[in-house]
Structure formats: structure tokens, C-alpha cells
Ligand binder design. Structure first.
Ligand code: TMP
Length: 424
């Protein structure tokens, strides 16, 4: 059987570890009573052995440098290794290669436990069949590759960001891809034998498997009463997802497209107080029809995670509950707008309507929906609760009155859990 194997370097190729390295170096310097290293000095910590860096960059004696290394490692093991980011496009690239039956492995100078912990933490272990690490950071990549190389692969590739990766690859007869988003320059990579250069991680998949298609992305929505903190939590969730290498795009309803934004103005303007309930429901649905086709579906097809501030559930809660049109009528109006396009997961920021009212009244200008009476918002709240009762598995429900950071952590955990499960 013809087998294709791809070996990846870890740091600078799949993950970006500088934040953890810098924080640990700062911590060690401070604990040793040395001044906090500046950004320029910290940057030089990436690459060389730690003991060398503490001596040469910070003026420690050899004994002090060894002590600093111990302190650095203490922090690295519990915290530093997770202060790490997956490069954009890495997940899509590994999923696409797996879908083509390509075997993947990791070849890194990092210790094995840290490598496994990082791959597990970021949900990348499932793509990887072999891991080759070393206890000695000076070990040649060539030997690390040979240690895990299959006997007679049809094709073997080495992907990395430094000359050591390219040279090792060339010596074992592999095709080589140098990634230019890591720590090495295109010149360094070319001079050390890179056969291809990739400016982003997705390009690696296209080089190894020409014509490969991007795996589908995902559609997520955020719901809640006005004042429940959706915008803040959208930002925080985006940060978390990006750290894991997901490409996130934001949108909102009503709005999200040029036509949708015009409809939004009509819907929210207090000049339009005479608007009937059915007109209102149809306008929300009209904006949604455009949004689904112009923005949501193309984003999913392009492999992105589209995070939307409100979607169909808002219509069910506000027009169905608040305006008392009923769930069935609202769903009927929206059926041609959404067809089969529904969120994979919906985050509901649970806030009671009285607290919502209090928060809204502190806002500067209220729109046509926000000026509605308390009973209206009580019915909206009940509308949401009814939706969640009917379909609990689609919702992540969090108490919106809690601490922002705690809420963000709860949401991040639940959403990541679902997205990583989808990759299985
Ligand atoms: P927001 O963008 O500030 O959340 O405001 C949008 C308002 O529109 C908000 O009060 C909820 C309301 N709305 C509906 O009534 N039905 C819908 O389908 C959507 C998307 C929003």
C-alpha cells in the first residue's frame, strides 16, 4: 500500500510557544533577584539552551544560570507549556491531511512529556501516530526522524520552520516544506534545502496533497436578553478559539450584511413605533435569509468558525414570546430563510428580565425593542427558557450575573469540547 508520511516540528511550526518561554524566563529572573528582562532580551531566549541564555543575556554565573533553569522549569511544567498557541490553519491542515489518509508524526527537540501534554491539551494528538523527542536539545533532527520513519514509505515529508528541520529532512531523503510564519526566515529555509515554502499552515496541506479541500467550519450563536454581556463574551470566546488555531469570524443579527444592516436600522429605529408584529417578524427573517446565504454558509464552507450575536432563537423568543406570535408562526416565517442552516451550538447568557432592565436603563440610548415594557421582556425570557427546555443539548447555559472571567471559562470549555468532538 502506498503510504504518505508527514513529520512536523512542533515549536514554530504547529504551535507558538513564546509566551510561555517569556513568562518563565521573567519569573526565573525575578525569583533570582535579577531585573526583569526587556522584550528584546526575551526574544533572544527562543532557540538557544536556557543555561546559555541566562549567562549570556542576563549576566548570571554558571551556577546561577543552572538555578534559574530549575526555577524556569518548575513554572514551565505547570503553566508555561500551556501559554502556547496553535498557529491559524494548523487544525484545518491536519484534518485535511487525515482525510486523505496521510500519516502524521511529530519530530521535536522538546521533551516527550511536554510534547504529549501540549498535543493533548490542544486536541492535536488524535492526528498524530508517531512522536520522536529528545532529552538532549542538541540532538540532530535527522536521527529523530530516522527513529520514527517507516521502512518503505511511498513518500515522506518533513515540515518545519528552522534550518535544522530542513537539513534533517534532506538527509533522510524527505520532501521538505519550510513554513515562513515560524522563527526562521525564508532565506534560512531556502539555504538549508527547503523544497517548498509555505506562508501559512493551510498552504502545507495544499503542497502535500494538491487539490485538497478545506474541512467545513462551524456555526455558533450567542443569545440572551439585552444587557446580558454577549459582546464581551464573544470577544473572550474568540480569543480562546484562536489560541486553539480556529479561524473565527463574527457576525450579528439583525445585520451581518449590507442589506441586513439597512433592515436593522428600520427594525431598531424609534421612528417606526407603528410597525406591526408580523412586519417585524418578516423583516428579521428577511435579513436572516440574506445573512445565511451571503455570509454564514460561505464562512462554513471556507472552514471558518462563524460566531453570531443572535440568530433564529431571538426571533422565537422576541417575536414568538415577546410579541406573542407563537413559536409555530415564527418558525414558519423563518423556514425559507434558514432552511437547514442552524447553529451547531448556542451559548445562552442567562439573565433575568429585571436585571436586564436595570442594565438597559443604564445604557445611553434605548432602541425600539429595548423601550418595551417589563412584561414584554419577561415573555422573551420565558421564550428562551422554553427553547432550552425543548432542546437542551444544543445550548450552553451560563449565569450571566457571575464574574466575566468565570463565565468566559465556562463558555470556552463547553464550546471547545464540542468543536474538538466534531473533529473526531
Ligand atoms: P442587539 O443587536 O443590540 O442585540 O439588538 C437587537 C434587538 O433586536 C434586540 O432587542 C433583540 C431583537 N431581535 C428580535 O427581536 N428578533 C430577532 O430575530 C433578532 C435577531 C433580534
Amino acid at each position: 500500500m502506498s503510504e504518505k508520511w508527514v513529520f512536523f516540528d512542533l515549536d514554530g511550526t504547529l504551535t507558538q510557544s513564546e509566551e510561555g518561554i517569556w513568562n518563565c524566563a521573567k519569573y526565573a529572573a525575578e525569583r533570582m533577584g535579577f531585573p526583569t528582562p526587556d522584550a528584546g532580551t526575551l526574544r533572544k531566549f527562543i532557540g538557544p539552551p536556557l543555561v546559555w541564555s541566562f549567562q549570556e543575556l542576563m549576566g548570571m554565573t554558571e551556577a546561577q544560570a543552572y538555578e534559574a533553569q530549575e526555577i524556569y522549569r518548575e513554572r514551565y511544567i505547570v503553566k508555561g507549556k500551556y501559554e502556547n498557541k496553535v498557529y491559524p490553519g494548523v487544525r484545518a491542515m491536519m484534518r485535511a491531511l487525515r482525510s486523505r489518509g496521510v500519516h502524521m508524526g511529530i519530530v521535536t527537540g522538546k521533551p516527550e512529556q511536554a510534547t504529549r501534554d501540549i498535543l493533548e491539551y490542544f486536541g492535536l494528538m488524535k492526528f498524530v501516530e508517531r512522536i520522536s523527542c529528545t532529552k538532549d536539545s542538541r540532538a540532530e533532527k535527522e536521527h529523530l526522524i530516522r527513529a520514527v520513519m517507516p521502512d518503505a514509505p511511498a513518500e515522506i515529508w518533513m515540515v518545519g520552520d528552522r534550518k535544522f528541520d530542513m537539513e534533517g529532512g534532506v538527509r533522510v531523503g524527505a520532501h521538505t516544506v519550510g513554513v515562513t510564519y515560524g522563527y526562521g526566515s525564508p532565506e534560512e529555509l531556502r539555504a538549508s534545502g527547503a523544497e517548498f515554502l509555505a506562508e501559512d499552515a493551510w498552504r502545507v496541506a495544499e503542497i502535500i496533497c494538491p487539490g485538497v479541500e478545506k474541512p467545513r467550519g462551524a456555526f455558533l450563536s450567542m443569545e440572551g436578553l439585552d444587557g446580558s454581556g454577549k459582546s464581551t463574551q464573544m470577544e473572550k470566546l474568540t480569543e480562546t478559539l484562536e489560541k486553539f488555531g480556529f479561524e473565527v469570524v463574527h457576525s450579528r443579527e439583525p445585520g451581518g450584511t449590507p442589506i441586513g444592516e439597512k433592515i436593522r436600522e428600520i427594525l431598531l429605529s424609534r421612528e417606526n413605533m407603528e410597525m406591526t408584529e408580523v412586519t417585524e417578524a418578516l423583516l428579521y427573517a428577511a435579513g436572516r435569509a440574506q445573512h445565511v446565504r451571503e455570509k454564514i454558509r460561505p464562512a462554513i464552507a471556507a472552514g471558518q468558525v462563524l460566531l453570531c450575536d443572535r440568530f433564529l432563537d431571538s426571533s422565537v423568543a422576541y417575536q414568538g414570546g415577546g410579541r406573542q406570535l407563537g413559536v409555530d408562526q415564527v418558525l414558519a416565517i423563518n423556514a425559507p430563510a434558514v432552511e437547514e442552516t442552524l447553529p451547531l451550538l448556542t451559548v445562552y447568557l442567562d439573565l433575568d428580565h429585571r436585571t436586564s432592565l436595570k442594565r438597559r436603563s443604564e445604557a445611553s440610548q434605548l432602541d425600539r425593542m429595548e423601550v418595551e415594557k417589563e412584561e414584554f421582556h419577561a415573555r422573551v425570557e420565558e421564550g428562551y427558557h422554553e427553547l432550552i427546555r425543548r432542546n437542551p443539548e444544543r445550548y450552553v447555559v451560563v449565569d450571566a450575573r457571575g464574574d466575566r472571567e468565570v463565565i468566559a471559562e465556562q463558555i470556552g470549555k463547553a464550546v471547545l469540547g464540542k468543536l474538538l468532538e466534531e473533529e473526531e
